[in-house]
Design a protein around this ligand. Structure first.
Ligand SMILES: C[S@@+](CC[C@H](N)C(=O)[O-])C[C@H]1O[C@@H](n2cnc3c(N)ncnc32)[C@H](O)[C@@H]1O
Length: 438
């Protein structure tokens, strides 16, 4: 505590007027600190609590800075006893609402910034106390991990309201134990996405929203996380973004759209659709995590044909290649065991996917996404579109296609779903530069 009740430390007792002015000054200091933290992009959130009226239905108000269509706003989540209501007014209106509610509805305001925390308390008689704590002294558990080490930092924080809607956290923003693995996976995914954005030098062009499609979005964990990371100015990129989750199951689409609307996440939508027929108008980032069997190939194909700058895919089950595989004589001793043949078929399927991406102008990497102890679906194919053209690029593509042909011949694979679709597009010239993504 540095300046709480400072005015009262003088020797002479304060007059009523002086006390009222000192209270007003503390209140103003709080709002000045809030305005400064917003201007310097240090503000994480403001929480108004301790309702002034006993039994009030409105129990808490949480405000976070937010950029909507390039305009600075405050996301205001009013937590009532049985529901949350979200509004995203422009910054000035949001601040005015906070000013109005502090003292009339709530007695307590807590400002969280990346450098300090401030708490303002108003007593029943209207006396105002203010405390200020540098972040080093603040409670570690409450402080977001915004350290400079990007490898170790958590990209998302548990107090994000959508995590509650998706059942990742409870009403107190605590991680639901059964969701611990999913939480790890979501964060790892955002970390991979963040690095891919750097590798691709992707940024919104002329204020245009970055277009993302998440195929087979399911309950939307990664779709929400992607939207959050792209749009959040503090922990993420602060970009305008349009993120669409495409999902077969109507119930999931309804659930996710309801959550996105409740939280005022304009630009995040879910559509009931099939990855095999969905064609986006424009696509910068294609995501397909755990899309079953050849659904992954359809998603990869859409990404390539739309010229997506980044393709993030984590394959699910692999059914197409195994029945086609003939055992090369030299590997018979190894692949005669069903488990080995299954593993080899997976490897062949995903190697061909990566090579086909290379043959179509992408730098592709295949790597472990999250440790095997967290999920068995732990492989990520990440592809970033090359900006190169000309003879060297043509050779690179041809070399990748030659490797596809060799692997197929070696294992007797007749057909790979992604390759078939690419070839069908342009009469066998799928990997020619003339057919490359725009
Ligand atoms: C295993 S879940 C993965 C969900 C999410 N991508 C994740 O990783 O958290 C696969 C989802 O893909 C959906 N799906 C399967 N085939 C699809 C298709 N052809 N088009 C769209 N969605 C599909 C399923 O309904 C399911 O919700």
């Amino acid at each position: 505590m540095t300046d709480a009740n400072a005015a009262e430390t003088g020797a002479a007792p304060l007059s009523e007027n002086q006390t009222a002015l000192a209270d007003l000054a503390r209140r103003e200091r709080f709002f000045e600190a809030l305005a400064l933290s917003l201007a310097e992009q240090r503000c994480i959130k403001i929480v108004l609590g301790k309702p002034r009226r006993a039994g009030a239905d409105l129990v808490r108000l949480t405000a976070r800075p937010l950029t909507l269509r390039g305009q600075a706003c405050l996301s205001l989540v009013s937590t009532h006893k049985t529901k949350d209501i979200t509004k995203n007014p422009p910054l000035a209106d949001g601040l005015a609402a906070l000013r109005e509610m502090l003292g009339s509805e709530f007695s307590h305001a807590h400002l969280f910034t990346t450098t300090e925390e401030l708490q303002l308390m108003i007593s029943k008689r209207g006396k105002v106390g203010l405390s200020r704590k540098p972040l080093a002294e603040a409670d570690d558990a409450a402080a977001p991990d915004l350290g400079h080490d990007r490898q170790k930092r958590r990209y998302l924080t548990l107090d994000l309201p959508f995590l509650q809607d998706l059942g990742v956290t409870d009403a107190q923003h605590k991680l639901v134990p059964a969701m611990a693995r999913k939480w790890k996976q979501i964060n790892k995914f955002v970390e991979v996405l963040d690095h891919a954005l750097d590798s691709a030098h992707l940024a919104p062009a002329h204020g245009q929203a970055v277009q993302v499609v998440d195929f087979g979005a399911g309950k939307g964990y990664l779709t929400f996380a992607t939207y959050q990371h792209l749009t959040d100015p503090l922990s993420g990129r602060g970009w305008p973004a349009h993120v669409t989750g495409v999902e077969l199951r109507e119930d999931m689409v309804t659930l996710c759209n309801a959550a996105a609307q409740r939280r005022g996440l304009a630009g995040l939508v879910f559509e009931c659709g099939d990855v095999r027929s969905y064609v986006p108008e424009r696509l910068d980032v294609m995501i397909a995590l755990h899309a079953c069997d050849t659904a992954t190939d359809f998603a990869l194909h859409t990404g390539i044909r739309a010229g997506a700058r980044i393709i993030l895919s984590s394959p699910c089950c692999h059914k197409q290649i195994r029945p086609q595989m003939q055992l090369p004589a030299k590997l018979k001793g190894m692949l005669q065991h069903g488990i080995h043949l299954g593993q080899q078929a997976e490897m062949v399927t995903d190697s061909l996917r990566a090579l086909l991406l290379e043959a179509n102008g992408y730098d592709a990497q295949v790597f472990e996404f999250v440790a095997l102890e967290h999920t068995s679906k732990n492989k990520m194919i990440l592809a970033v579109r090359r900006q190169a053209s000309g003879g060297a690029e043509q050779q690179r593509r041809a070399a990748a296609q030659a490797q596809v042909d060799e692997i197929k011949a070696f294992y007797g694979v007749r057909e790979h779903c992604l390759e078939t679709m690419l070839l069908a597009d342009d009469g066998g010239a799928a990997n020619q530069l003339s057919a490359s993504p725009k």
